[in-house]
Design a protein around this ligand. Sequence first.
Ligand code: BES
Ligand code: MN
Ligand code: ZN
Length: 463
Amino acid sequence: MHKKIQFVLAKKLHKKNKVASIQFEAAEESSLVRLPSGKKMLSVGIGKEQVSRRHYLNLLRKIVTIAKAHRIAIFRFRFDDLLLPHLELSRTDAAELIATNFEMANFEFVSYKTPPPDGWRFVKTVIVTGNVDRAVRNAFIRGQRIGEEVNACRALANTPAGMMTPTILADEAKKAARGTKVKVKILGVRDIKKLKMGAILGVSQGSSEEPRFIILEYRGVPGKPIVLVGKGVTFDTGGLNLKSTEGMSDMHLDMSGGAAVIHTAVLAAKLGLKKHVIGLIPAVENMPSGSSYRPGDVLRSMSGKTIEVLNTDAEGRIILADALTYAERYKPRLVVDVATLTGAAVVALGERASAIFTKDEKLEHLVRKLGEESGDYVWPMPLWDEYKEDIKGTFGDIANDHIRRSRYGGAVLGAVFLYAFAKKYPWVHIDIAPRMTAIEGEFLSKGAAGAPMRLLIKLLEKI
Ligand code: BES
Ligand code: MN
Ligand code: ZN
């Protein structure tokens, strides 16, 4: 199993110590040399050009990736050797980034794999020497907590859908919150019916798995909360508008938004943030069957607004509509929803940034800035009123797809649909479909990338 790294912060190291050491080198290639003393020295090539902040985060993960490849389970570095002065990072910011990115690079989802005879290649211990004062020490601890919780989110998302149904997702939320100040409440079918959440019920009716509505609350302070809403589709077949073979692969990750919300609420508690945080996750499985909702069906959402289902594969926005309505009862300061909502967002941005949508320009800039700082990159897209025309219902109030069946502007239409249910509070929508899985060259293992947890935790702190 994957365990957290043991960080040892020491002023000095004994001369006799044979631990491998790591440093950056202004070269293209990385190299591993054995010094006359018998010690190994790993030089990680950072290239000859000035390293940007983005490149820096990647290099931190590269260190751990190379160490793993060489079976170096324990290594040391001088703290000051990993600080690149031109980046103008404070020592504590750097320490936090090092710890978070080391943890993230060390993670692999091996829960269902037999260990190789010589064991997994995880890094076990990292010794940090040099000028490490109390503040830096705390920043390491903090950074590691963030990395660990992001990894827990990735593990949850990666779990195959047969073992991660709405019911199990709800149980996992409880487990994650155990021992923290997060309270978890689970609504079952009867509560969901009582609340008249016809949107959630409609999407889930084709599956033999019951829906759940997961509510997390962390009350770090009294007062109006920030509500995080996460899409919790535990498997998205597309429903009767069935996806293609390629389209369906990775759709066990369609609860990544929900996983991020669960673990962000828990992380807020673990970090002791002085914030009031609510997490809402509508959890369903989108299945085709004799009891499925159909194209043409009209669902009455909790808001009273009716949803005309033009495509059963645009299910995320439907279940989120009820969650966004439910959020009203908290009179929130801010609502952020996180969803693997549209393939169109991936077409628009590629796999390197999530799409953000908001009417609040200040918030847009803040989220962009925090995305840049955290490594959860985002890019804004429009939420203009004109687009409403394209999803005006014929037999219901609002349609869940383009009424002329065009594929143009798919990410925007998803956002505009959600906005119709998010009128009562400041709101940001984050379409994380582009960042659902890690890509080649970012030194993260295959599978869930853990977006946008690092951004969300910063946003909770800053707001
Ligand atoms: N979960 C998918 C979106 C998705 C696709 C996420 C690929 C990550 C990777 C979502 O439920 C979906 O199917 N969206 C449709 C919407 C369309 C039918 C309007 C899409 O993107 O094709
Ligand atoms: Mn879908
Ligand atoms: Zn989906």
